[in-house]
Ligand binder design. Structure first.
Ligand SMILES: [Mg+2]
Length: 398
């Protein structure tokens, strides 16, 4: 096969046609409306936070007309980075030379910073490169990436609707912290009360973990972990700020019995590699977009695997990109499904296999994403990532 060249990179919006029919109505509000602890609790002002802009799609086209798709968030900034900086590095490169394209993007953005929104921009192009290469070779991406490492993936669900998730066949539940360190002793007591209630709902055999989303410091994390220890938390997640490496070291020393997970806000492979070298965590939870793409997370997975540390992608089961990655990597025993729709809407219609679900804006779920059944997902479809997106649904953004 002759080398194919990349001839175009476009930033697009995705407009899925409206649903032909109405689906079931929610039976309760989405859990996400509950009070959650937040790092911005430090301030008395109402919290203002979030990404600058929503999802954008990137379409990479080859000289034979074939195209691949990726996406990322923070679209109003990442689209500028892609158009002004990354696009010119990729056009003219060989289809399938994915490591080289990644190196071009990382080296080409060194002077203004690889981390944060740059990494999110790189991710969109990297995903599109894998999708295109898979389509050209007529293979699913998990096979190009060295898999499949397994035929089906164990899924845990994140959300506070444990009874509803249980009815959907799950037995692994991650709940969300109701308090931050600014709530003091009342926050410890309130957290214990909530965890006790969730353990009761989940049952004694279920796995239960809690996402603490950067809301504690070392001392508060120790207080919380000791207080909820009777409820056997499978892990405690992201208790500290992502950059607080000395804090992670202190936490490891003060809680030798507690399984510690973190990493969704680590950008590029480097913070994760440092945590592996210093053995600061037991589970690394990279986000495919925020770390900088499929390739960047793959590089980290191999370093982690060499050290005997597993990885579990942040919201990996919510999209085909994460499902392919998890199917291919050797050290990925679990995958997360973020419950982005309220109770009453079954998980099996949230994957936008039908356009109906797209109108519901399930968290990050692109058309064609298989949803978990009985707490598992099988090997995802191909070729490429197997996205069920028609070319006419993509509108280039100027
Ligand atoms: Mg998390």
């Amino acid at each position: 096969m002759c080398a194919l060249r990349i001839t175009n990179v476009q930033v697009c919006s995705l407009e899925v046609p409206p649903a032909a029919e109405e689906g079931p109505e929610p039976t309760a509000p989405l859990w996400g409306n509950m009070k959650q602890g937040h790092p911005m609790d430090r301030f008395s002002e109402p919290p203002r936070y979030g990404s600058p802009g929503g999802l954008i799609w990137v379409k990479v086209t080859a000289e034979n007309g074939m195209w691949g798709l990726g996406y990322t968030d923070s679209g109003s900034v990442t689209s500028v980075l892609i158009k002004e900086s990354l696009m010119s590095l990729i056009i003219g490169q060989e289809v399938g030379a994915i490591d080289r394209c990644n190196d071009l993007m990382w080296y080409g953005t060194l002077s203004f910073g690889n981390e944060g929104l740059t990494a999110r921009a790189v991710a969109a192009i990297d995903l599109a490169l894998w999708d295109l290469w898979g389509k050209v070779l007529e293979q699913p991406v998990y096979r190009l990436a060295g898999g499949p490492a397994r035929q089906s993936m164990e899924v845990y669900v994140t959300g506070q609707d444990v009874a509803w998730s249980k009815r959907q066949g799950f037995n692994k539940f991650k709940i969300v912290r109701p308090h931050s360190k600014y709530d003091g002793q009342a926050g410890v007591d309130g957290t214990v009360e909530m965890v006790a209630r969730m353990r009761e709902l989940a049952g004694p055999q279920a796995e239960l973990m809690m996402d603490c989303w950067m809301c504690y410091d070392v001392d508060y994390a120790v207080q919380i972990c000791e207080a909820v220890r009777p409820y056997r938390m499978r892990w405690m997640e992201e208790m500290l700020m992502p950059h607080d490496f000395s804090g992670h070291r202190a936490l490891r020393q003060r809680l030798p019995w507690q399984t510690l997970a973190t990493g969704e806000h680590w950008s590029t492979r480097w913070p994760g590699i440092r945590a592996i070298e210093e053995r600061l965590v037991d589970l690394i939870q990279a986000d495919l977009l925020w770390i900088g793409g499929f390739t960047e997370a793959k590089k980290l997975a191999h370093v982690a695997d060499a050290a005997g540390i597993p990885m579990c992608l942040h919201t990996g089961a919510n999209d085909l990109f994460g499902q392919h990655w998890t199917a291919a990597m050797p050290n990925t025993p679990l995958i997360e499904f973020f419950q982005g729709l309220p109770p009453g809407i079954p998980f099996d219609i949230t994957g936008m296999a039908s356009p109906y679900a797209s109108a519901r804006q399930a968290y990050r779920m692109p058309p064609g994403t298989p949803t978990p059944v009985e707490g598992k997902v099988g090997l995802p479809p191909g070729p490429g990532f197997g996205l069920a997106i028609a070319e006419e649904w993509l509108q280039p953004l100027d």
